[in-house]
Design a protein around this ligand. Structure first.
Ligand SMILES: C[S@@+](CC[C@H](N)C(=O)[O-])C[C@H]1O[C@@H](n2cnc3c(N)ncnc32)[C@H](O)[C@@H]1O
Length: 289
């Protein structure tokens, strides 16, 4: 944090940082069009713009995104190298019979593509503090047992949708809950504001429609704040449209994300970039660095 502040201070005074940020932005994947400061701009305006570039640059440095199978990425992560894994795996429910009632098509985003036990073992290995795995109801007991075998304290949690879809509501109870298995290692951080709170989290569904199974950013923010601290690293090996990544950046965490599907990966990259730019353009810039 102190180093970041120093770089910004130097950058604002010399404009070096703006050139650095411009170079970075236009050479990498995170390219965006940048306007050149016109000669008429006052020094104040120019300094403010520099600050925005530097913050954008620094925040982007704290993000690593992989368009790959997460099982290929795990070996590159050292033991305990992420503080929190928060993920939403494919529920593997698309091909299940629906008893004649209409079912939503989640396409291939819902198809599990890795051996679940190996996935859990790797998640436990790379995570130093807490783990949240959103999953299908059939997967809950398997995931719980495996995490308990690793010696972790485990809790079955529920996301209760406050605005569930009315689909099939005339025939049966609404589909208003989703499952999440939480596990913690000894000494894991847990926010004081969440102490003695229920394991049923009430939250509306996500409005974003670019992915078949988006999770609410609002809920992801709550879980990130509950189980990690600013500057910690959050990891999502199945990031879909990037709800966890966006939430992590809003909460000032570092983020590592993996997505197998190229289309979803590109969507995520763009959404996170937009979110970061949004943070950088806030007036109270210094308060979160
Ligand atoms: C349930 S969705 C995650 C949705 C996400 N939480 C969101 O808010 O958009 C699961 C995602 O995992 C991806 N996926 C499936 N197998 C994967 C693998 N082996 N490695 C990385 N991603 C994978 C799918 O393409 C899908 O986008």
């Amino acid at each position: 944090m102190f180093v970041s502040w120093c770089i910004m201070e130097i950058g604002i005074k010399s404009n070096y940082s703006k050139n650095l940020a411009n170079k970075y932005l236009t050479s990498g994947n995170w390219c965006r069009s940048t306007s050149t400061a016109s000669a008429e701009k006052s020094r104040d305006e120019s300094n403010y713009e520099s600050l925005i570039y530097v913050i954008f640059f620094l925040i982007m440095l704290d993000i690593k995104l992989y368009n790959d199978n997460c099982m290929n990425v795990f070996p590159s992560l050292a033991d305990g190298s992420v503080h929190l894994t928060l993920t939403d795996i494919p529920y593997d429910e698309v091909n299940r019979k629906s008893g004649g009632l209409r079912n939503l098509d989640k396409s291939h985003a819902d198809i599990i593509t890795f051996p679940l036990d190996n996935f859990i073992d790797e998640v436990v290995r790379v995570t130093s503090e807490s783990i949240y795995i959103f999953c299908g109801s059939v997967q809950v007991s398997h995931i719980r047992s495996r995490l308990i075998e690793h010696g972790l304290s485990v809790r079955h949690c529920i996301w209760e949708k406050t605005n569930p879809s009315p689909m099939n509501g005339q025939h049966m109870w609404l589909s208003s809950i989703e499952n999440c298995v939480f596990a913690r290692k000894q000494g894991a951080y847990f926010d004081i504001r969440e102490r003695c709170k229920s394991a049923v989290w009430k939250c509306p569904t996500e409005k974003y429609k670019g992915h078949p199974t988006p999770k609410p950013i609002e809920l992801m923010e709550r879980l990130i704040q509950a189980s990690s601290q600013p500057e910690d690293t959050v990891f999502d090996p199945c990031m879909g449209s990037g709800a966890v990544g966006i939430a992590a950046k809003r909460c000032r965490r570092k983020f590592i994300g993996v997505e197998l599907d190229e289309t979803y990966f590109n969507i995520t990259k763009e959404r996170i970039e937009t979110a970061v730019r949004g943070i950088g353009e806030k007036k109270d810039l210094m308060s979160f660095m």
